[in-house]
Design a protein around this ligand. Sequence first.
Ligand code: SF4
Length: 273
Amino acid sequence: MNKPEIRELLIETTRACNMRCAHCLRGEPETRYSSRTIMKALFRNISRVSTLTFTGGEPLLNPSVIRDALDVCKAEGIEVNSVFIATNGTIADNSTLALLREWDEYTLSSCYDRNWDRYVSGYEEIGQVINAVESARAEHQGLVLAISGDPWHEAIPERNIFALSTVGHLTTDKLMDYDSKLVPQGRAVENFASDDLNSGHVLNYDPCYYDDTADTDRPAIDSLYITVTGDIMPDCNLSYDDMDEISHGNVLEANWPEKLLNLQIAFEQKGGN
Ligand code: SF4
C-alpha cells in the first residue's frame, strides 16, 4: 500500500500542563511525553499532511518533540500545508519562538515550487515568491497559533501574547467568554452541573479513519489523533482516561496505516459507518 496522505493529524506532545483549568476535558495532567522514536515511526508512513496540530496538555511544554517532527518531515520531504497550535500562552522563550518560526517557513514553502539553490532578481521573480507566501497566508496555511482565553484559564504575561503574535498567524479562535456548553469529558464532568455540559455532543469511539472516496492504492485518512505513547484515536475530544481504553493501533507497529484500513473495512462490514 502507498503511504497515505492525512488531512488532519493531531499529535499529543505531552499530557503535562502548567495550568489546572476547571473545564479541562483531558482530566488530571500526567507527566508523559511523546518522543523522537514516535515521530519517526509516524512520519515514515505518511506522504503528506494538510493540517498538523500539536496538542496536549500544554503542547509547548515539549518543544523537543515539535523539533523532532520538523526534522523528520524535512528529512523525508513530507509536505505539510499548515500547523496549528492552541497554547495557554505561558511559554514564549526565544528558542521556542525560533522553532515556531521555522515551522512557519517550512509549511509556507509547500505553497510553491521552491528551489533553494535558485537565485532570483527583479520585479517579476521576487514578486512571485512574495505573492505565493501572501496567498498561502490568506488561506491560513503556515503556522497558526491560538492562545486559549476563557473564564477558566489563568492570566498570562502580556509580553507572551505580543511575542507569539510575531510568529505565524495568531487567531482569536480560542478566546471565548463562554456562553456555549462544555465538552462532557474530564474535569468538566467533575466541576460543572449537567446543564453546563453539551448533552448533544457526540463523542466518537468507532473507527472513522478513511475518506469515502479513498483509493486504497493512494489512501487518504481524514483524521488521526496520536497520543504520547503513539496510540491512534478516532476523536480529539476525549479525556485521557477514555483514550487509554480505546486504542485502535499504535504507530510503533509495522504497517500501521494498512492495519487501520483493515480495521475500518471490518467495522463497516459489521454494519458500522
Ligand atoms: S484546558 Fe488546556 S491549559 Fe487548561 S488545564 Fe487543560 S490542557 Fe491545561
